[in-house]
Design a protein around this ligand. Structure first.
Ligand SMILES: [Zn+2]
Length: 549
């Protein structure tokens, strides 16, 4: 759990390890001659942000990355779709009322997912036994046409409660799904992130990212739930959400009628469920189960005779792949999807002396390495890289071409390197705006991910807890101060700097030109081959200043 998570929001319902153990160890459903002690419960099993990592994957969390080299050796890889299914087949029959759901960011991320525009993931996804899912923002990565084509291949319900096509105004998917289980009826909703408006012409009602208006669907959702509670009388209302942790916690308090929010997008592991109150005073339980298929979430909800709901059990299981026998049918499909790419992706090209990791508020050693390499290779002043959170962790040891695909994530920018020139003030605006969104007080302004990364020639000091436009204490490009002691240098804001990046510097994409006869991936492969051993590090390019220092 992230340290900024408000502890006061947590129920201590599942503090007992005995309770967790009893959930894991429970036997098959009681025989028909005995009374099922869990008959009034609904078990929700779910994944979120698996990002197409259908094979087991190395995966550190920000909290354990410093110890990860050792952890990777002892526990090995995590997750795998076939391992997830084995656990689901174990836990789902333990309750008469049970669902297996996915909260999105499912078919974009892994190298094979990127190479096939999501398609290779779908046959495996279809075989996993999910009851329903909601798309995440990255599932829209390849544009509207591909999104609709690939989601059309999915053989179980896709739910998008407020997602409308901007061209027709029509809902793209069913807005809800009623699931009649053994003796409980569950109403399922699917909350799609407002980010999908960026270039996909979907979601007419949703505003662009970085705007609180994008989440202004609470009234629409509440009205739908009120109507369906009256007409369908569900025992439980469950929203699969790709809003993100802090957004879910805020949204829960602005809506009425939802009982459970199964979250995604921010890749957080909730070690306890958060319990908040909606505008109608009803409890809302919010949870999330990490990312990369490394975890399976399990939440048991007891539905009391008077309609009240309580948490009867909760666990987010970290899946140690070697300890779980993979489901043979799903494993066969995963291996079949991987086979055409295996030789290429597993080609060894060098070594890393350090664990290479994606996450971090304002820098990561993975992006530091990429940005420094592109800037150096193309002799540019600047390189930026988006603060995406998906991408496997790479422990010390051999590096493969698959590791490069994982690091570069070439679905951003179509595997090109762009060169161009920008004014200093464009760089300032990007960093200033992202710090406002990331560390501001309104989580609805946060678009997702971490703050944009830069090469080591761009250095800044920042304060998290500050008013808008006051986060930056200093900002330099090379020796040029753009901000010094919080004061802007007007002359350097007008100075022109060159850049080389895997995407054009936003928000002026026309300023970038793709470099001919190379790819973003090949440049990194060549660099690693020429050095043989790399040792990516964090450094002083970004420094957080604690207030009062
Ligand atoms: Zn994600």
């Amino acid at each position: 759990m992230r340290s900024n998570f408000p502890r006061s929001l947590f129920a201590r319902l599942v503090a007992s390890p005995l309770l967790a153990a009893s959930l894991i160890g429970a036997g098959p459903a009681a025989a028909s001659t005995t009374v099922d002690p869990h008959a009034d419960e609904v078990r929700l099993l779910w994944t979120n942000d698996t990002h197409g990592f259908f094979m087991p994957v190395f995966h550190a969390e920000p909290e354990n990355v410093d110890q990860y080299a050792g952890l990777a050796t002892t526990e090995g890889k995590l997750g795998g779709y076939a391992q997830i299914v084995t656990l689901v087949k174990r836990y789902k029959p333990q309750r008469a009322n049970a669902l297996f759901l996915d909260s999105g960011d499912t078919f974009d991320g892994s190298p094979v997912a990127q190479m096939t525009r999501g398609e290779a993931v779908i046959p495996i996804f279809n075989a996993m036994g999910y009851d329903a899912w909601v798309p995440g923002n990255r599932d829209f990565a390849f544009g509207k046409e591909d999104f609709l084509r690939v989601t059309d291949m999915i053989t179980f319900p896709t739910v998008g409660t407020t997602l409308r096509d901007a061209e027709t105004g029509e809902l793209v998917f069913q807005p809800y799904k009623i699931m009649q289980l053994a003796n409980k009826k569950v109403l399922l909703l699917g909350l799609v992130h407002p980010l999908v408006t960026e270039g996909f012409a979907l979601g007419e009602q949703l505003a662009p990212s970085g705007s609180p208006d994008g989440f202004a669907v609470a009234d629409e959702v509440s009205a739908l739930v009120a109507q369906l509670r009256a007409s369908e009388n569900p025992d439980l209302v469950v929203a699969m959400s790709h809003f993100g942790k802090l957004q879910d916690l805020k949204f829960a308090t602005e809506q009425a009628g939802i009982d459970v929010i199964l979250g995604g997008h921010s890749h957080d592991v909730f070690t306890d469920p958060a319990i908040l109150q909606g505008t109608d005073g009803r409890n809302v339980i919010v949870v999330q189960a990490g990312s990369h298929g490394a975890y399976l979430g399990m939440l048991d909800i007891k539905v009391e005779a008077n309609g009240e709901i309580t948490v009867a059990g909760y666990n987010v299981e970290r899946i140690i792949s070697k300890d779980v026998t993979p489901d043979p049918q799903v494993l066969a499909l995963a291996e079949q999807a991987y086979a055409p790419f295996k030789d290429y992706l597993e080609t060894r090209i060098g070594y890393t002396a350090k664990t290479i990791f994606r996450r971090g508020d304002t820098q990561s050693n993975m992006a530091n390495f990429l940005c420094d390499t592109y800037a150096e290779t193309f002799g540019a002043d600047l390189c930026h890289f988006r603060g995406i959170r998906y991408g496997a962790t790479i422990p010390p040891g051999p590096l493969t071409i698959g590791d490069v695909w994982n690091m570069v994530s070439p679905n951003w920018g179509d595997n090109k390197v762009f060169t161009g020139a920008v004014k200093g003030k464009v760089v300032y605006n990007i960093i200033n705006n992202l710090l406002n969104q990331q560390f501001g007080t309104d989580p609805y302004r946060w678009p997702g991910g971490d703050v944009m990364r830069w090469n080591g020639n761009v250095t800044y000091k920042y304060v998290k807890n500050a008013a808008d436009n006051e986060h930056l204490v200093s900002l330099k490009i090379g020796k040029d101060y753009l901000v010094k002691n919080g004061v802007i240098d007007a002359a350097n804001m007008e100075k022109i700097y060159t850049y080389a990046s895997t995407t054009p510097v936003p928000p002026v994409p026309e300023s970038g030109t793709p470099v001919a006869d190379t790819t973003a991936v090949d440049e990194i492969i060549h660099y690693i081959e020429s050095r043989q051993t790399i040792s990516p590090t964090l450094d002083g390019r970004t420094v957080e200043i604690k207030k009062g220092n």
